[in-house]
Design a protein around this ligand. Structure first.
Ligand SMILES: CCCCCCCCCCC/C=C/C(=O)SCCNC(=O)CCNC(=O)[C@H](O)C(C)(C)COP(=O)(O)OP(=O)(O)OC[C@H]1O[C@@H](n2cnc3c(N)ncnc32)[C@H](O)[C@@H]1OP(=O)(O)O
Length: 300
């Protein structure tokens, strides 16, 4: 019997309507998948569950860069909830179907020129995503097949294990400071837990985006593999973790993560207010607009 880490995470995010309706239309037609495979999909995420191994693969498919918009986060949380409630699913591999990018992090458009109500709703969705993934009963592995700045890096850090593809063009890190914004305490805590205080402090203050070998050296990613080995390696890692009795692994995970999770849950509303006040400042809006301009100029 799986042990519930946080039996009933706050489900304030979800839209009304039956969760059963979601994804039905996008189900794979019969015959395309092996008998032990089930799939569901929405606009931004595809999930395939291999019921024989109990492992689901979640693929982000929101081009151009899998940015974490409110819609994306909502679909991500609904997908996580479906898998969490599915007794056939014990492990989850998260990866990208978009070439060269795992996720570009929070969608900056959601943080520019919107109302305070919108910022609050958006931030609650970001929190919800982190709470669900960080407290998941499943074994979670990030198979990072592209660049993964800021919120993209947070998703990877929130998993139990990170494997990244070796590619000189890929970068990963919490670069918020470079945008003139601040990684909130629970981003920082998640990072510190992975790499230690000194490495996290330097990396956060400088807003560093690390190359793959450097990310490996500092412990931000656990393993580096060639692209063609990524899925095989991720499957092997999940299998290794799933070989342990669920209750022992889950209780250990819960124990290791409890302090960070409890801290966040205790300050959730305050964190939303901090975000709304911070992001509404004219100076921050200006920084974000300039950053978006810079991204666009880089292309031309
Ligand atoms: C007192 C303390 C209180 C604290 C309160 C909290 C404070 C706020 C906390 C906020 C935390 C924020 C977390 C984040 O995640 S912010 C997002 C940071 N992300 C980035 O910096 C990544 C930016 N993108 C890139 O570096 C590259 O796009 C990338 C390497 C990912 C891919 O490069 P590539 O060359 O393949 O693609 P392009 O750069 O050409 O991009 C294609 C189009 O996508 C747009 N784009 C990219 N990233 C984003 C994004 N994050 N949001 C929205 N849009 C994005 C880009 O502009 C291009 O658009 P166009 O085609 O229209 O030009």
């Amino acid at each position: 019997m799986p042990v519930s880490l946080y039996a009933s995470p706050p489900g304030v995010l979800f839209p009304r309507g039956s969760p059963q309706e979601w994804g039905q239309a996008a189900r794979q037609p019969p015959g395309l998948l092996p008998a032990q495979c089930r799939a569901f999909s929405n606009n931004k995420i595809l999930v395939e569950l291999d019921t024989s191994s109990g492992v689901a693969t979640m693929k982000f498919k929101s081009p151009p860069v899998n940015s974490l918009s409110l819609d994306f986060l909502t679909e991500f949380c609904i997908s996580l909830e479906k898998l969490e409630n599915d007794r056939a699913c014990r492990g989850l591999i998260i990866t990208s179907a978009v070439p060269r990018v795992f996720s570009s992090g929070l969608d900056i458009n959601e943080m520019c020129g919107k109302s305070r109500e919108h910022y609050a709703e958006f931030w609650r969705a970001v929190q919800e995503m982190w709470i669900r993934l960080y407290s998941s009963n499943m074994v979670t592995v990030a198979a990072i097949n592209g660049s993964s700045p800021a919120g993209g890096c947070l998703i990877a850090l929130t998993c139990d294990y990170r494997i990244m593809v070796e590619n000189p063009k890929y970068i990963i890190g919490l670069n918020e400071a470079q945008l003139g914004i601040v990684a909130p305490f629970w981003f920082k805590d998640t990072f510190v837990k992975a790499v230690g205080h000194r490495v996290a402090e330097r990396s956060l203050q400088l807003g560093l985006l690390h190359s793959v070998p450097e990310a490996h050296r500092i412990g931000l990613v656990d393993e580096v593999v060639p692209e063609e080995k990524l899925q095989e390696k991720a499957a092997a890692v999940v299998a290794q973790w799933l070989a342990l009795p669920d209750h022992a692994r889950q209780l250990t995970k819960s124990m290791m993560r409890k302090a960070v999770l409890d801290h966040m849950l205790a300050h959730r509303e305050e964190d939303i207010q901090n975000f709304v006040n911070f992001i509404s400042k004219d100076s921050i809006q200006k920084s974000l607009s300039m950053y978006m301009e810079m991204l666009k100029k880089k292309k031309s």
